[in-house]
Design a protein around this ligand. Sequence first.
Ligand SMILES: NC(=O)c1ccc[n+]([C@@H]2O[C@H](COP(=O)([O-])OP(=O)(O)OC[C@H]3O[C@@H](n4cnc5c(N)ncnc54)[C@H](OP(=O)(O)O)[C@@H]3O)[C@@H](O)[C@H]2O)c1
Length: 350
Amino acid sequence: MERKRVGIVGVTGYTGMELCRLLVGHPALELVAATSRTEAGKTLGVLYPYLQQTPMAEIVVQEPDPAALAKTCDLVFLAVPHGTAMHVAHALLAAGCRVVDLSADFRLRHRAVYEEWYATAHSCPDLLTQAVYGLPELYGEAVRWAQLVANPGCYPTASILALYPALAAQLIFPDDLVIDAKSGASGAGRKATVATLFCEVHDTFRAYNLGRHRHTPEIEQELSQAAGQPLTVSFNPHLVPMDRGILATCYARLRPGVDEATVRDVYADFVTGKPWLRLLPAGVLPETRWVRGTNWCDLGLVVDRRTHRLVVVTAIDNLCRGASGQAVVNANLMLGLPEDLGLSRSPVVP
Ligand SMILES: NC(=O)c1ccc[n+]([C@@H]2O[C@H](COP(=O)([O-])OP(=O)(O)OC[C@H]3O[C@@H](n4cnc5c(N)ncnc54)[C@H](OP(=O)(O)O)[C@@H]3O)[C@@H](O)[C@H]2O)c1
């Protein structure tokens, strides 16, 4: 099989590291370039000793230079902060290179919404309408033809997959949706901040950014699409003392007459044929350790008959399914490869 050449911008971050881990075993994608401003000149084998004795160990990290990347790569993963990614993506696309952007810069379809929530001007708003939102279960076909894929956020991946089927099938009312989501500390990235120091995260549990987290409009955008009308969600993120993983518990009011069997049938239909969704049996709820390091999104359903609520619980790994694993799926689709190529489906060590 002819291997496609890929690059990573931002190889020293958590999602860049995770991309390395996934690409080292990929039979059809070859990492040929990786960038960092702070570690340029070192080899990946020095930066990440676990890559020793793999072909990737000899790759020398370079300064981010879109023109140089476009000469050597068929596709580039952008694993950099929002606000930076848009400039790099614009330059790469202009040079004819395809892009999977892991940042939020192209996820929102409307410039005004992006600029309001991210408090920064968008430098290439024309690309917002070209970008395909890379949630493969919803947009896999469009991803195949995209030049630019906006890889979904970690919380949005867990939240949208939880509520999309029930909204699309009109099992629940589109108002009063509550998402109570918990993430491990790697969700905040690898740069040093007080909030993610060991003593600030270990042995405590806290909510943050209630009512104003930047993933809110992304979740609302996609769930509005499912409901066929604009909706709002109450999105409530929490930081848990884990290094990776997201558990989202989502609450919605069931429409009259909707019972547990109907809900289960709709979700069973939704997961059918989708390689990375697992609907757990009745009475079993997802756990982050069952999806660790994988691309799985596990779903658990509870119909609370007393309150007539649907509770959907999803678990993903924020760095794999919520970022780099999903990015590899999107790259597979864009490059005409099987969707699940290079991603392990083996059970994890619990
Ligand atoms: N962490 C997650 O769970 C997660 C999940 C989904 C999506 N994302 C998104 O994915 C992106 C990367 O996240 P991360 O957690 O990997 O971040 P991170 O750990 O903070 O790493 C950021 C990377 O970007 C590079 N970088 C920073 N500023 C740059 C600039 N101005 N120009 C070029 N390179 C720059 C950094 O390397 P140098 O400073 O050495 O250049 C580093 O390699 C972010 O947009 C994030 O929102 C993260």
